[in-house]
Design a protein around this ligand. Sequence first.
Ligand code: PRX
Length: 635
Amino acid sequence: MSDRIHSLSGYIYEYQKSVQAPEQFWARIADGFHWQKPYEKVLSWNFEKPDVKWFEGGQLNITENILDRHLYTRGDQAAIIWEPNDPNEQNLILTYRELHAEVCRFANAMKAQGIEKGDRVIIYMPMVPEAAVAMLACARVGAVHSVVFAGFSASALSDRIIDCQAKMVLTADGNFRGKKSIPVKALVDEALEKCDSITSVITLKRTGEEVNMQAGRDYWWHEVIEGVSSEHKAEVMDAEDMLFILYTSGSTGKPKGVVHTCGGYMVYTYYSFKNVFQYNQGDVYWCTADIGWITGHSYIVYGPLLAGATSIMFEGVPTFPDPGRFWAICEKYKVNQFYTAPTAIRALQAYGTDPIAPYNLSSLKVLGTVGEPINEEAWHWYHDHVGKGKCPIVDTWWQTETGGIMISPLAGVTPTKPAYATMPLPGIQLAVLDNEGQELKGNSVEGNLCIKFPWPSMLRTTYGDHERCKQTYFSSFPGYYFTGDGVKRDEDGYYRILGRVDDVINVSGHRMGTAEVENAINEHPKVIESAVVGYPHEIKGQGIFAYVICDLEGRSEESLTQEIKDTVTKIIGPIAKPDRLLIVSGLPKTRSGKIMRRILRKIASGEGDHLGDISTLLNPEVVTSIQEAVHASKA
Ligand code: PRX
């Protein structure tokens, strides 16, 4: 398929076409795929309900476009290269032919366990090739996968299982992370104490640690695939059938299950992958994300494999066995496109350039970032020391809900500007709105980032609660999809993401709802009230700052602080553990009883001397006592 844009004028031309005639534009891309039945209507949409359908009437299976279609043209080409946590362990390469066989075999094994089209299957696994096989096997049989990041706690896992009423869990005994080995199956066992929808659990042997196997429920991965056929006829899916659910945090309540469907997601992840990264056949592409996040879904598994790419999956962490690991892997596989998070860049930047020096990085052509704003210093370090000044950086802005990259340079095509995601991809019609909902036209404006026209990989609903989808994304500014991000469009029409404008914080590129962390903190029996805000953090982008009112009777602040942090780890996972937790006597409130987060954010950011007028607060004296507590805790 020749869907690649090669020049800036080509981009401008394609963009214009995509706005003038979106249906023809996307039909052209979609027609490059194998459809079991052609679609009848490219698009129907209504942002009020919301109700969006792409390629209605069309039938397909995404795995036929990933696997079967590539068997004849690139059966022997590596589809997935797996690099283990320990560099001394044997790596694994799965060709398209082998991946096809593994997916079909596991699809048959899942069917034998009673999985049918439409059933929900939880994948709670380390970064091993079987995790990708699991996702694709679900898609093959028409089951809806919901991958849960293996760093989430048992409690977070059970919440997700219950919300989607999953029937099966695919997991592993343990997870190697640097020098550590983390139990995984034990957490599944704990989670399942609260869930009754699960009928079977399939466990992959990875770390070899002892696990508990419950008869009639638990099966070993290697046993269920033994002697199973590697041929499987893919389930016929409607374009708008669910492909997967991925839970993500918002500003209120529990994480919501973002729903993506088969046809549109296929078309958009393929198209955006090819264009943003300018992937050429034969290139080796590496995205360091975890499959537990949308980046892992769209740009380790689906997008690259739809494009027939060779995609690396890395099990470990950037600093094990030493901070040169990323660069060692780039050299080992002659990586051409490298895609990571600003947090990882900043963490590695802190080690200086010595860990890079021993490695030959001349294969690199494109560098990418995702998940959070990249500061200019990190951008330059990445550009100069990793890319040696010759690799364009694609700063890609998008979200779990968007399914694919929305704003980004196309590598080598769009002139870059440090810290700018630059321009929208073809088909993406952005709007900057002021707080009253007026669209700000022209350049040099700042406001709320919205999207005013559907794109194929947009979320369709939030699982089991369509009203929540409407309220969260389509109600703040009627007629628009609201992203929750602030944005600036500069004098050149370039977009710079300014960060969240809601109560969501971005910690190391991971999205956290402040309410979610507060709910976890409040689970501790000694906690009376809490407020959580983000603050600038040198490595993580944002850190989590928790102000907590406690019943201190008979307890030391120190032990209570630790216990509350442990409670958050237990309820959500280590990624949500507050970086700073301050026990305070009160929280600043308005006369109507609302917590003044603006003030708490300023104090947490070290801007406590510039709070403005606080005399209208119900309890202005609390502010002084909080400031004293902050100073005392730093001392
Ligand atoms: O605030 C934006 C930030 O990450 C949010 C989406 O998080 P999530 O759904 O977990 O997906 C992350 C990976 C796509 C956005 O609302 N974000 C993502 N990419 C960027 C970014 N902020 C600035 N620049 C980016 N390139």
